[in-house]
Design a protein around this ligand. Structure first.
Ligand code: NAI
Length: 385
């Protein structure tokens, strides 16, 4: 599947208009975790026939199913005009029928909310179904907006970094083979069209969201051809955006700088694996895996999910998982669908809960998942009275 998709991407010559469309859809997506003022007189619009959206819902493994139940509960409580098409993916299935169905559903609905799908087998022929899904839908951008919550005790304060990650190739090409006994080769694929469209996306994002600087993160000192191409293309694209400062940084140094001096970063543009690493570093700086959401964009489909994409298998079913990252993903989805009022009300309720110190144990608190949700429901009710 991955190889087929890559060939398709490589054939794509002119991607610029799609990038502009895709980046344009991001305008107004800047998130602040300080609660904006909202009039108590603003009613929650009643859900009505017509105007409703159907969204594919993939709970995935580990804590995914319980977090999706909370999302549904919050949506029903707030009267959100969204219906879900539930799709369970069986990690033990011996064929890809359920994954194919999920992809068909997302193609039909255009939008999905997703937990992480488990890929249990370590056998080489069993591919990651998360990667396959992103490749099949050509979700070539992952955006993680890392904004500090004032009410969360974290290693660094007042962080506001956007990580823009190439989401379909690089080290995730899943092309590995044993050339001779005991020697394994793993192919990292970097293509000009995909590097160009992700670079352009990052600069368009910066331009439309008033960002000042883009930092390309790479390892071109060692991977001179693959990362060298990615870096060279980002430098070329940067020339078209003279108002936005551009610099570059090696991935190793980036991780150190993120921990010691994160405020120097504005927009980070990077390849797939480095993107996953810097995303996890940033989430760790801000409070961990349970807070932030990530967005996967292509030209036609959008998939929302928690920022770090892990399953949280060890804490599943214990009523201790932080429900906020998945709820933030659901709020992102509502904004994308144009349900701005519902997005704002739920976002406010999350912010008030977190900033009032109602924290699950991953944030150093003692609240259960249920107690966090109850507080969010209470704040939704207060805003609608
Ligand atoms: P994990 O699922 O064990 O999570 C890492 C840590 O974050 C754990 O301590 C977990 O308890 C905590 N955590 C995660 N979500 C949380 C939440 N909502 N509330 C509170 N704590 C939360 O991560 P691991 O072992 O890296 O991966 C497990 C599975 O996820 C594997 O199948 C892996 O392939 C997949 N995965 C992980 C990614 C990652 O960035 N860690 C990325 C993509 C896939």
């Amino acid at each position: 599947m991955a190889a087929r998709s890559l060939v398709r991407y490589a054939q794509s010559k002119n991607v610029t208009p799609q990038i502009h469309r895709c980046a344009a859809s991001l305008s107004g997506f800047e998130i602040q975790h300080k609660t904006p003022i909202i009039s108590k007189r603003m009613p929650i619009p009643k859900a009505h026939y017509g105007g409703r959206h159907t969204v594919s819902l993939l709970p995935g493994a580990g804590i995914g199913p319980e977090l999706m139940k909370y999302v549904k509960e919050v949506f029903v409580f707030a009267g959100v005009p969204v219906d879900f098409e539930d799709i369970d993916i069986n990690p033990n299935a011996d064929n890809d029928d359920d994954l194919d169905y999920a992809i068909a559903s997302i193609r039909r609905n255009g939008v999905a909310l997703k937990g992480n799908i488990e890929t249990r087998s370590t056998e080489a022929e069993v591919k990651s179904r998360n990667v396959a899904l992103r490749n099949e839908l050509d979700l070539y951008v992952n955006v993680l907006h890392c904004v500090s919550y004032p009410g969360v005790t974290s290693r660094q304060k007042n962080i506001d970094i956007v990580i823009i990650r190439q989401n379909t190739e690089g080290e995730y090409a899943m092309l590995e083979h044993e050339s001779v006994d005991g020697v394994v080769e793993s192919m990292k694929i970097v293509t000009r069209p995909n590097s160009e469209r992700i670079a352009r996306y990052a600069f368009e994002y910066a331009k439309r969201n008033g960002r000042k600087k883009v930092t390309t993160v790479h390892k071109a000192n060692i991977m001179k051809l693959s990362d060298g191409l990615f870096l060279e293309i980002s430098r070329d694209v940067a020339k078209e955006y003279p108002d936005i400062q551009h610099n570059d940084m090696i991935i190793d140094n980036t991780c150190m700088q993120l921990v010691s001096n994160p405020h120097q970063f504005d927009v980070v543009l990077t390849t797939n694996l480095y993107g996953s690493i810097v995303s996890n570093v940033c989430c760790g700086l801000l409070g961990g895996a349970g807070l932030l959401s990530g967005k996967n964009y292509g030209d036609h489909y959008t998939v929302f999910e928690p920022g770090t994409r892990n399953t949280g298998g060890k804490i599943a079913g214990k009523n201790i998982a932080n429900p906020v990252a998945m709820l933030n993903a659901a709020v992102d989805m509502l904004r994308h669908l144009g349900h701005k009022h519902h997005a704002l009300i739920i976002q406010n309720a999350i912010n008030k809960t977190i900033n009032a110190g109602i924290h699950t144990r991953d944030l150093g608190g003692t609240a259960t998942s249920r107690e966090v949700i109850d507080s969010i429901l209470k704040h939704i009710k207060i805003q609608s009275n």
